[in-house]
Structures are given as C-alpha cells and as structure tokens.
Design a protein around this ligand. Sequence first.
Ligand SMILES: [Fe+2]
Length: 275
Amino acid sequence: MLAVAAHDGVHMARGTVRFFGGSFKACLYVVDGLVIDTGPRTLSSKTIPFFRDFPVDQVALTHLHEDHVGLAHWLSQSKGAEIFIHSQSVPVAVKGSPLPWHRRLCWGSYIPFASRPLPEKIERAHHTFEVISTPGHTEDHVVFYERNKGWLFTGDLFVTPHPVQWDPGESAELYFESLEKVLSLDFDTIFCGHAGIISKNGKDVMRKKFEYLLDLRERVVALYNKGYSLRQIDRTLFPKKPISTYITSGKWSSFHLVESLLESAQDYIKPAELV
Ligand SMILES: [Fe+2]
C-alpha cells in the first residue's frame, strides 16, 4: 500500500510494511528534482512507479538505514541521480552493511551504492537545503532545512513525540544536543521519515519530544537514586512491551531508551553507580 500526498510542491509517498502482525510505515519525498530519503527495498514495487513520474537528478539521504536508502542504487542506475550521504557513510554504503534478520525481512537489505559526502548546502533551482548534523539516532544522521519555507526534513530525528523504545546504538546525550540545535531554528513544517508531513506547529511537536525525553530522564534518575536496577526501572516505567520488542529479541526496546537516558545524566549521578 502506498499513500501519496503533496504539500507546497513537496511530494510524499508513504508505504506500509506488515511484519509479524505489526505495521511499519516509511516515507520518502521528492521536491525540486531532489529525492530526500528513498524508502526501503521491500516497497520498491510501489515506489519505483512513483519515482518514474518525477524528474530527479539528486538524492539526499538523512542516514544509512535500509528503510531510508533502499532505492538509492536504483535511482543512481535508472535516473543517473547523484547520491549524497554523510561523509562517514560513503565508504560503508559502497560495500553494504549486514543487517539483523528482522530488519532484513521487514525493510530489505539495500544494494550497495556509490555516493558523495553531503555538502553544507544543497542548491536546487527553487530551494536551498541546509544540511544540519543531528546525531543521536545514528552518528551519521542529518536533517535538511529549507529556511525560506520553514521546512525541516527530519529523517528519524522526530518519528514520534513519545518514543518508548530505542536501538542499542541510539544516544540520548547526542539526541538532546541535536534536538536543542533544531529547536534553535525557525521552522513550522516537519517532513518525517515515518510520521509523514506535519504541516503546522512542527516546532511545537518537536519540542514535545525534547520535553518528554527530559521528563523521562528525570523519572529514570529518580528511580535509579532509589536503588532500582536498570531492569527494574524499565519494568516500572514501561510495564507493557510492544510486539516489536519481542520480534527483535529485545534489541529494539524501552530498556535501551532507559539505559541511554541514564548514561546521559551522568553529570548529576556518580559515574561508578552507572555500572
Ligand atoms: Fe533510522
């Protein structure tokens, strides 16, 4: 299933992958001849016909995750598009990355692709997209900011204002820095990699995520200071686990969110107590 929408000249396709009873959505965008994230390979039978309708000569990727780069190889080969990604991911993308089985089945492995490091700005005929480093979800994560329009293409920086699970590699400390950075910008519309287009009050919604994480960290630290272990804190704050936690054998879980929030609070608790 592919839902399409347009907002002020930005075209979005949003596909749904059903996996073990769960329903996972991924969004891609085309604006001014530029693709921003490509969606996963498991949606290619639907997204390739969508891409055929647009002239495209560049692709900007927010990070090297398979649900964002799955059609990069196809866009390069079929459209002759230049692919841009964070400089640290250029040598990785050309070799490919092994995936855990659940991600391989859900999104599909991406075909390795040649790319170039993202410049500071992507200049198109009608728009300029500033590239802003926003690590936290991954080290290579960036967002694309169209200052004149107040647009922010956020990859996986937003996704939801109330996250309840993270991957082990996600860093709360970096998330907080990145969220503070984007909240210093003037924007109203969010183009999210999973939630779609939030056309009004995007900054307020992003601030809600920042405040939620700050509040959650306070609760994690309070329980920790009462002597709770990480597992006890996790069970107290998140007693019900979503199906994705079971599917991924706990890799995508509230435990990693709790763990990373506690690590990010090390300024005001004793580092030795974190172990
Ligand atoms: Fe991601």
